[in-house]
Design a protein around this ligand. Structure first.
Ligand code: FES
Length: 297
């Protein structure tokens, strides 16, 4: 169906600027986040310029189509739609326009339209992105929209998410403290430092973009995948997690198809729409697994 291209974003002036602005005491994660932020700001500036240039023009949208239930539509194909561009238009806006104005059978998921629900992850111009977060002005024309790679297509841009949800469930994504807090409905507090540590991992919106970008997950159906491991990280690193559950969780993630499968390709980190340092979280859990398994005689 579609072939993936690696994210080939290279260092830009904005990144170099971000780097020089960083005090030497910042962590690698903070430096990487600053670079990513600088890239995004640069993209936004470019998009604003491009939007001014193409305002009033028509954008060509090439959308993957496939419907196994309708005769004559079982063969995958691309349909083109001419969408009048408006400043601020996102890929999701363009898809909605195409569906409402040209073909009401065009099928895709969406809900919140503000990068919160995670339902509209697509493969846009060769990269996993959220439709509602991606500006048309930021993309080369024609804008090509495909379903997420490495997932079964149900219809048009809708992919099967059951496997993804199964992997998320496999890491027991819930708290299981050893002791319940004293008193009824007592609040369990977390210190500021610990909150900072897990903050980025809590941003996951279950969109599946990371899993779809991961070559290892594509070749190993049992691999937990970056999203599920990040979810395990979120609870494992939380000081409110119970010791017993922490041990069990480590066993889950260090199994054959767990953290050791990751080959640090960074594709998941590169496509995450919420800027979660997924690869770093996986590496941290690998170190944790080694530490916990060290034995001294
Ligand atoms: Fe909810 Fe885009 S529509 S994340």
């Amino acid at each position: 169906m579609s072939t993936q291209t690696p994210d080939t974003e290279t260092d830009t002036d904005a990144e170099a600027e971000a780097e020089t602005e960083q005090p030497a005491s910042t962590s690698p994660q903070q430096r990487r986040m600053a670079k990513k932020r600088a890239r995004r700001e640069q993209r936004e500036r470019d998009a604003a310029e491009a939007a001014t240039e193409i305002e009033g023009e028509t954008v060509e949208l090439k959308v993957f189509r496939y419907d196994p239930e309708i005769e004559g539509k079982e063969e995958p194909r691309f349909d083109s739609f001419a969408v009048p561009f408006e400043k601020g238009m996102t890929v999701l806006d363009a898809l909605i326009y195409a569906r409402d104005e040209y073909d009401s059978s065009l099928t895709f998921r969406h809900s919140c339209r503000q990068a919160v629900c995670g339902s509209d992850a697509f493969f846009v111009n060769g990269r996993q992105r959220l439709g509602c977060q991606t500006q048309i002005a930021d993309l080369d024309a024609p804008v090509r929209v495909e379903p997420l790679p490495h997932q079964d297509v149900v219809k048009d841009l809708v992919v099967e998410m059951d496997h993804f949800y199964d992997q998320m469930e496999a890491v027991d994504p819930f708290f299981d403290p050893d002791d319940l807090p004293e008193g009824e409905l007592e609040e369990q507090r977390q210190d500021r430092q610990n909150r900072e540590k897990i903050k980025l991992s809590t941003r996951c919106i279950w969109c599946g973009a990371c899993m779809s970008s991961c070559n290892i997950a594509a070749g190993d159906n049992k691999y937990l995948g970056p999203a599920a491991i990040n979810k395990a990280y979120r609870f494992y690193m939380d000081e409110r997690e119970g010791e017993q559950k922490r041990r069990e969780r480590l066993e889950i993630i260090e199994q054959e198809h767990g953290v050791w499968r990751c080959q640090t390709q960074f594709s998941c980190t590169n496509v995450c729409p919420k800027d979660i340092p997924l690869t770093e979280h996986i590496q941290e859990l690998k170190r944790e697994a080694v530490k916990q398994n060290l034995k001294f005689w």
